[in-house]
Design a protein around this ligand. Structure first.
Ligand code: HEM
Length: 436
């Protein structure tokens, strides 16, 4: 990172002045950005490593689009803080980006020892969740979802599978029976997708009720589950802190995990090397997931950071406390991007490093469990429905608008119906399942 001496102090080479006249601001919301964010990132490269953007009407941010600069920021906690308080004063309370940026007492929004404490609670709790338990939970959840549409011969694989599976899996991992997931789905899915303030309020109420009931139940009666391990962790979280860690786990997992599964499926369906693979080709579900992480990261732009003082960073003056985001998508594809159908996967060239999990002290702490959930889910789906194809051309798929995520609105697909009467061919007869 290049920081300048304080103005007025001697310097070998003074940076340019603070103001940058005639700078247009590029929106990272709306249909145009959702349809082709990569074209927008390319246009932003004229600014260099850091570009001015707008993440909601009237809400500006600086976006780091250069790989080296992104690493410099993510590894330098002495210069950068996750504390949003100064910046928040300048943003309308009802702005659409508030839920993603308003600080809370959890790992995402804290620094130093406070951050280390919250993060350890999460990593220690996930470490107790055995891979075979995760695999088994995902298999059962995936099978029940597949059973709900397998006979139809067609389904929206995002709405019926990728966006529901993570919530059902987490509901189990938190220690609740499947029936309780209804409230969670209403709550969290509603919060992301509600179109009116009334819908948003109802979703919020359902989410709060879910988490309150969950934590109260587990305070009374522990089990072998994430909630109980959070409560009993030697860090001795207060009841309120436990709630905040559950909120961040759900919030940080739902959108990226759904998008990881959906984006990987969409790439598999337009690339013969994957789909051929189902009957013995070259690339696997895991390759598709790495292809997505490298070329279409499910979280496209995040890692909200704020400079602790005025700094000169990779060619730009930044004010103390101003919002700076990292574009994992732009930084990871700076030296080229494989479009769907040209996917490289682990077997091809052009793989390379990416920032889909961020980097440094706030890098995603749950990468291996997340990959295991996504891999198992996709393997299960493609094993049961072995001839899935897209119902619409890939370039007509719609992407969810918004500055932070890259994920599909829907993935309409068709396949040969699988009937419950077909011996050995049904996802809900576990004794005959293909991969258990
Ligand atoms: C099992 C599912 C997941 C869980 C429970 C989870 C949880 C978390 C948590 C708690 C953090 C905050 C860490 C910290 O600040 O120290 C985090 C950060 C992050 N996660 Fe995950 N995550 C999951 C899946 C994913 C997936 C699938 C992706 C995308 C490929 C992803 C990308 C990220 C990124 C980019 C960050 C950094 C965010 C920032 O610093 O602003 N996560 N995750």
């Amino acid at each position: 990172m290049s920081t300048a001496p304080a103005p007025g102090q001697p310097s070998g080479q003074m940076p340019p002045p603070l103001s940058r006249p005639n700078t247009e601001v590029t929106p990272l919301y709306g249909e145009e950005f959702a349809a082709d964010p990569y074209a927008v990132y390319e246009r932003l490269r004229k600014y260099g490593a850091v570009a001015p953007v707008e993440i909601a009407p009237g809400v500006g941010a600086m976006l780091v689009i250069d790989y080296r600069a992104a690493l410099d920021l993510l590894h330098d906690s002495a210069t950068w803080s996750k504390d949003s308080s100064i910046w928040l004063d300048s943003v309308p309370e009802d702005s659409a980006v508030m839920p993603m940026l308003r600080g809370r007492p959890n790992a995402l929004f804290t620094d130093g020892e406070t951050h280390a404490r919250y993060r350890k609670v999460i990593t220690d709790s996930f470490a107790r969740l055995e891979p075979h338990t995760i695999r088994q939970m995902v298999r059962e959840v995936a099978d029940s979802l597949i059973a709900s549409f397998a006979q139809d011969g067609e389904a929206d694989l995002v709405g019926r599978f990728a966006r529901v599976l993570p919530l059902l899996v987490f509901n189990r991992a938190f220690g609740l029976p499947d029936e309780s997931s209804e409230l969670l789905i209403q709550g969290i899915a509603g919060m992301f997708d509600s179109k009116t303030p009334e819908e948003a309020a109802a979703a919020d109420a359902a989410y709060t009720r879910y988490i309150t009931e969950l934590t109260q139940l587990k305070q009374r009666e522990r089990g072998q589950d994430l909630t109980s391990w959070l409560i009993d962790h030697p860090a001795e979280l207060s009841a309120e802190e436990v709630v905040h860690q559950i909120v961040v786990m759900l919030g940080a997992s739902y959108e990226p995990l759904s998008n990881l599964i959906g984006n990987a499926l969409s790439r598999m369906l337009v690339d013969d090397r994957y789909y051929g693979n189902l009957s013995g080709g070259a690339l696997t579900a895991r390759d598709a997931l790495h292809d997505v992480l490298r070329n279409e990261p499910p979280m496209a732009n995040y890692s909200a950071h704020y400079p602790r003082r005025d700094i000169y960073f990779h060619g730009v003056w930044l004010r103390a406390g101003q919002l700076v985001l990292v574009s994992y998508a732009a930084a990871s594809t700076q030296s080229g991007r494989a479009a769907p159908g040209e996917s490289t996967g682990a077997a091809g060239s052009g793989g390379g490093a990416h920032l889909a999990w961020a980097a440094g002290p706030h890098a995603c702490p749950v990468q291996q469990p997340a990959l295991l959930i996504a891999t198992t889910a996709i393997e299960r789906l493609t094993a049961w429905l072995s001839d899935i194809e897209l119902s619409v051309p890939y370039d007509q798929l719609k992407w969810r608008p918004g500055p932070f995520q890259r994920g599909l609105v829907a993935l309409p697909a068709r396949f040969s119906p699988v009937s419950p009467d077909t011996a050995g061919g049904t996802p809900w007869k576990r004794s005959s399942s293909p991969s258990s």
